[in-house]
Design a protein. Structure first.
Length: 644
């Protein structure tokens, strides 16, 4: 035990020192939020359409895409995606040709072409964003699943079942530019655009590759009922809908020029503005290009475009983890981080307030440029980071109270917590025949969000099951536990993530360790522990909606599982001891390759996964600190880090 605690102490000290060293002068931490190659590919295509001038960036993005190609010619969404991703491969192939730095006859392009044709060609692509980029650049017709949604849906009244603001915020900012382009059957080609017709089957049209599910007829019936309720001539109504869609986008442009702080929606917005007749040199488009360019980061010696930089999220998590590790709240690094976070607290009503009126703003968003789209997870992370400062500083107490009030107000009717908007969970909206609609169209209660909110409310706000909202949240988690004892996590990979959040949340809410839900969760974690003592889960779990072992251990997932077990066990079990040993071993490995680089962030199931470069430091530091605090009374104190 003493040797293990000594090793834990050493790792806590090493992680703490590294994080303190990497803090930026403004108090933030800026780690790369690395995604797949999709955003890189779309940026190349867009910049060629706009004839934008960041030639060095285009070359760097081209080189990263080439580096990610697999020997069989494909590109993958995650390393163990056995058959590769057709959508990602088409995106990569198209972008490489658009860049001008790869030629069709080159060997790597021939391999890519053979792979794409072996999977059925571009007509078999399932990603709606890939289809949209292909359609917007004249490489295929507009998908029927988009074309059949009238732009007038933006005018439907709030009491109607398919009111536009019943869609999630993420869905709205992507769907609006898609509907504008599809409405106008818009397409624009880059100069010297490649012709992908040799990747299409003989008959590529909307009817071939967009089979519509039976529920879509019901959706169409609802859409027609909505259209019939609008007053005015069809032409007038349509003109109003176009104006509403344009204004919707322009009103949600962030100070950095991006739409809602997402690269993906910004790319679509620029194309939609071109469809509306904007010139390439229009200030809104120029600002959008600047915003996209500023989203680049370095990832293992390559340059990539982040879909939304994770600066606020990383800073909040790191500031909290350091304090859990023993760094005092009056340490300059913590004070600087808290000051940075205070400057990012949002202070104006936005789309979230439509379903949550009469609540004062007080949340935080994910990205530094995010000023109108707060979310529950980032808000509780920021509140954890500043909580210890509220005892002595009225400024932080006021901010903390506003944030706490906002989080409590966001609880859904069913007792759980959503990510961005309250009670946007109408199942009918998932009938859209769009890949990922079930995950993107609505924003329901999720186990990871509910669990982490309860953990914050219990451990940091001191609230207990005497409060109804705590009881309702705990009951929601218990009710939505999977039969095998796990919980599904929406924003991390995946069942390990959800189970960690649920168990730590239930423990903080005062649910006893003897409760059957906690017993089942512990048993599941112990059953899936790897022979080496760690934990690892494949991104494939997210697509088939059941746990799929990775066959190796990752630092983040091992730390999540460990932290969950520590939270509900008074004494370290053999599983915990083996997990700590494996985690400390993983931390000695180089983070550039192997399982330390496996993506453990989830954006859109089956489509979009992320590697947070910060996670291999944050979650191990948190788990090891909790291990030491709970089980290490005899261990020497971690040396205080030096003042900066």
């Amino acid at each position: 035990m003493s040797n293990r605690l000594s090793t834990v102490d050493e790792e806590i000290g090493r992680l703490t020192a590294y994080l303190l060293k990497t803090q930026q002068p403004d108090g933030s931490w800026r780690f790369c939020f690395e995604n797949g190659i999709g955003i890189d590919a779309f940026v190349i295509i867009l910049f060629r359409i706009l004839e934008a001038d960041p030639e060095g960036l285009i070359r760097q993005l081209h080189d990263r895409i080439c580096k990610k190609q697999q020997p069989d010619g494909c590109w993958r969404l995650y390393p163990d995606e056995e058959e590769g991703s057709l959508s990602a491969s088409v995106e990569a192939y198209y972008a490489l040709l658009c860049s001008g730095y790869s030629r069709p006859e080159e060997e790597h392009m021939q391999r890519a072409k053979r792979y794409i044709l072996s999977r059925g060609g571009i007509g078999k692509v399932d990603s709606i964003l890939t289809k949209a980029i292909l359609a917007a650049t004249g490489q295929r017709p507009w998908p029927r699943s988009i074309s059949m949604i009238p732009l007038e849906v933006l005018l439907f009244p709030s009491y109607f079942p398919i009111n536009f603001f019943e869609f999630s915020g993420y869905s709205r900012v992507h769907l609006t530019p898609l509907l504008i382009m599809a409405d106008r059957k818009f397409s624009v080609s880059p100069p010297d655009a490649p012709d992908l017709s040799d990747l299409a089957s003989p008959r590529l049209d909307a009817d071939e590759d967009d089979p519509l599910p039976p529920e879509y007829e019901d959706m169409q019936a609802e859409l027609h009922r909505g259209l019939n309720r609008l007053i005015g001539t069809p032409r007038f109504i349509h003109e109003v809908a176009v104006e509403r869609a344009e204004r919707f986008m322009l009103d949600r442009i962030e100070p950095d020029g991006t739409l809602y702080s997402y690269a993906s929606s910004t790319i679509l917005m620029v194309l939609a503005l071109l469809a509306l007749g904007y010139e390439r040199e229009h200030p809104v488009i120029i600002d959008a290009v600047k915003g996209l360019t500023a989203m680049q980061c370095q990832a293992d010696g390559t340059t990539t475009i982040q879909n939304s930089p994770s600066t606020v999220w990383d800073t909040a998590l790191i500031a909290d983890a350091l304090q859990e590790a023993g760094v005092a709240e009056n340490h300059p690094a913590i004070r600087q981080a808290a000051s940075y976070l205070l400057s990012r607290q949002q202070d104006k009503p936005a789309d979230w307030s439509l379903h949550n009126p009469d609540t004062a703003p007080g949340g935080w968003g994910f990205s530094e440029s995010n000023t109108i789209n707060p979310d529950v997870d980032d808000t509780t992370a920021a509140l954890r980071a500043i909580s210890r400062l509220t005892e002595t500083d009225p400024l932080y107490r006021e901010a903390w109270n506003r944030g706490l009030n906002w989080v409590l107000s966001m609880q859904n009717r069913d007792g759980g917590w959503p990510a961005f908007e309250k009670d946007t969970d109408k199942h009918i909206l998932t009938w859209l025949a769009i890949e990922g609609a079930k995950s993107a169209a609505i924003d329901p209660s999720e186990a990871d969000l509910t669990g982490r909110t309860l953990e914050y409310l219990g451990h940091f706000a001191g609230l207990t099951q005497r409060h109804e909202f705590i009881r309702r949240g705990a009951n929601w988690l218990i009710r939505y536990q999977e039969k095998d004892g796990s919980w599904y996590g929406r924003w991390g990979v995946c069942y390990i993530y959800g189970t960690w959040a649920a168990l730590t949340g239930l423990a903080a809410a005062g649910v006893p360790a003897s409760h059957d839900a906690i017993h089942k969760g512990v048993r599941w974690l112990e059953q899936i522990q790897n022979p080496d003592g760690g934990w690892g889960e494949s991104c494939r779990s997210d697509r088939i909606m059941r746990y799929v072992p990775l066959g190796a251990s990752t630092p983040s997932q091992t730390a999540w599982a460990l932290d969950a077990l520590i939270a509900v066990q008074e004494q370290p079990s053999p599983s915990v001891d083996r997990g700590v040993q494996r985690l400390t071993s993983l931390l000695q490995q180089d983070g550039v390759g192997g399982m330390t680089a496996y993506p453990t962030g989830a954006g859109l199931p089956g489509t979009f996964y992320s590697r947070y470069h910060s996670y291999r430091y944050i979650w191990p530091l948190l788990a090891l600190s909790h291990y030491k605090r709970k089980y290490g009374h005899a261990a020497p104190e971690t040396p205080k880090p030096p003042d900066l």
